[in-house]
Design a protein around this ligand. Structure first.
Ligand SMILES: NC(=O)c1ccc[n+]([C@@H]2O[C@H](COP(=O)([O-])OP(=O)(O)OC[C@H]3O[C@@H](n4cnc5c(N)ncnc54)[C@H](OP(=O)(O)O)[C@@H]3O)[C@@H](O)[C@H]2O)c1
Length: 365
């Protein structure tokens, strides 16, 4: 059985009254020396994350890279980066960026299939790395990156931003307090119809397209946080003729009888929420489950109570604070998003793919 993930709560004590939410720190306030960032790719998530990076008092955007000179210049101009690198003369923009001595940490925001190569090159060049989810296409590649980071004493983290949101912390506090008893069952779904577009990474099997790699990280994150590492997984999926999965259903089972039902889809609209059912109450997040604005908690026989959350910026400021704090403290892993959890999630995804008959052309798990 895989080790319990870091976020897995211990057995909760006897049912407890629901406490007030804890005050959480402002993620924009500096926690130490300035940290110099380089950003690889100028796509949709890169822009949103860098908008939040600009909110941090101790973050400096030093460089950006793109395949194209125009995109690199536009992105650098928009965010005030000193340098913009692009593909030129047989060298990629990201190869130039990771060689820049002024870049300390590289944020990798390319499609999944390039994560292993770009993050690996950054680590080999002595840079710390924050890499978009999923860290890699499969668990083998993630273990390779972990080994590289450990060998070089460098920081490496998968950008599962949900873990650092105040709402996520509050759910863990509620579960650990015993306010809903022992969690016996969890349900989570995430999805929306994505129009077919052969040029999109979502529909491209070589880019790890489909619902599973793009979305299932989030429901799995919630399940592992609430219930720990599962003892078994069963997976079913419906595949498109081009090879990506349209939707999938994962069931995690636990030796003590608990279970989790997780669904992700690029074909159907889903509520996008998480429900935890306990022996003494229940908890339901608002949507989207990767950044819920509210939680409804029913503890014991009390009336359900709604709590609201306002993330800072788009919500990425919280994970960016964690990376900054870890680098300032000289840590090589985040205790809140350790690489063991990343590898465990990818092992579960590998096994789900095996059961679903899902193969991406660009990798061999
Ligand atoms: N944390 C989150 O909430 C979140 C949300 C969405 C996506 N993501 C993750 O972020 C990653 C990127 O997603 P996205 O939605 O931003 O995708 P996207 O809009 O397609 O952008 C990806 C960017 O990567 C670069 N790129 C594309 N193909 C490449 C290739 N073959 N080699 C090198 N670079 C390439 C391009 O930038 P240039 O043209 O500048 O080179 C492109 O704009 C995915 O792994 C995804 O899972 C995370």
């Amino acid at each position: 059985m895989p080790p319990a993930p870091s976020t897995a709560p211990a057995d909760p004590p006897a049912p407890a009254a629901l406490s007030a939410p804890a005050e959480r720190d402002d993620p924009t306030a500096a926690t130490g020396r300035p940290v110099r960032w380089g950003v690889v790719a100028t796509g949709s998530i890169a822009g949103r994350v860098v908008e939040d990076l600009a909110l941090l008092d101790d973050a400096v955007l030093t460089a950006v890279s793109s395949r194209s000179a125009t995109s690199a210049a536009a992105f650098a101009g928009r965010f005030g980066a000193v340098r913009g690198y692009h593909d030129h003369g047989g060298t990629t923009g990201w190869e130039r960026l990771v060689a820049d001595p002024d870049v300390e940490v590289v944020y990798v925001a390319t499609p999944h299939a390039q994560h292993r190569a770009v993050a690996g090159a950054a680590l080999a060049a002595g840079k710390h790395v924050l890499c978009e989810k999923p860290l890699t296409m499969n668990a083998r590649e993630a273990r390779e990156l972990r080994e590289l980071a450990r060998d070089r004493g460098l920081f490496l983290m998968e950008a599962v931003w949900t873990r650092f949101l105040p709402s996520f912390g509050r759910v863990l506090d509620v579960v650990r307090s015993g306010a809903i008893g022992r969690v016996r069952w969890l349900q989570a779904d995430l999805g929306a119809p994505v129009p077919f577009d052969r040029a999109s990474r979502i529909w491209d099997p070589a880019a790890g397209g489909g619902a599973l790699l793009d979305l299932a990280v989030y429901p799995l994150t919630w399940a592992l946080a609430a219930l720990g590492a599962p003892d078994g997984i069963t997976a079913r999926g419906v595949l498109h003729e081009d090879g990506v999965d349209l939707h999938n259903g994962l069931t995690l089972s636990y030796a003590d009888g608990a279970h989790a039902h997780l669904t992700t889809s690029i074909e159907a609209d889903c509520p996008g929420t998480v429900t935890l059912s306990g022996t003494d109450g229940w908890l339901r997040t608002g949507a989207p489950l990767y950044n819920p604005g509210e939680l409804v908690v029913r503890s014991g026989r009390a009336a359900p109570r709604t709590e609201r959350f306002q993330p800072v910026g788009h919500g990425f400021a919280h994970e960016l604070r964690e990376v900054t704090r870890c680098l300032q403290a000289g840590l090589t892993e985040s205790p809140r998003m350790p690489l063991a959890d990343t590898v465990l999630v990818l092992e579960l995804l590998d096994e789900a793919r095996r059961q679903m008959g899902l193969r991406y052309r660009s990798d061999a798990p």
